[in-house]
Design a protein around this ligand. Sequence first.
Ligand SMILES: O=C(O)CCC(=O)C(=O)O
Ligand SMILES: [Fe+2]
Length: 175
Amino acid sequence: MNNFGVLLDELGLDEGLITPLRELYLKPLSSLLYPDCGGKWLDSHKAFAVKYTLNEDLDLSYHYDNAEVTLNVSLGKVFTEGNLYFGDMRQVPLSETECVEVEHRVTEAVLHRGQHMHGALPITSGCRWNLVLWMRASRQRNLLCPMCNRSPRLQPSDGYGDGFTEEDPGLCVLT
Ligand SMILES: O=C(O)CCC(=O)C(=O)O
Ligand SMILES: [Fe+2]
């Protein structure tokens, strides 16, 4: 979805930073806040930083995430506008949805359900960087793919893949 950014596992930041952040802090919070969508069972993630500037991406269109729970941290730098907006859960028709705008101040984080529809409005100046952490619960998504709403068809993958699991051979991506 984003054209500019970086995957944090490629920077070697998964093991020492993102995995403990998910396990020690975000999983307990998500267990309390989102037991309805796998918040208790988060067991993998995909973490990336996304960048918006006037000559590159300005905004992010309305979407849902390939995640059970998402953390979005505003890292900076200096920019104007670029608020987040949230609608309703994915299953609710757009015609019945009213969006709310959420100011996302630098250093603050927003935690939300991955299937809660959302987007980012255009910045009007500066450079905006965000850390986005898609957290997955294999127990939840093994039953139903959150992207296509069907039973997942899988193939083996390195690392966390898309966060699905099988008895054998481990973590998997969608085919
Ligand atoms: O803040 C952004 O630019 C990305 C927002 C988003 O897609 C998310 O929080 O999942
Ligand atoms: Fe998103």
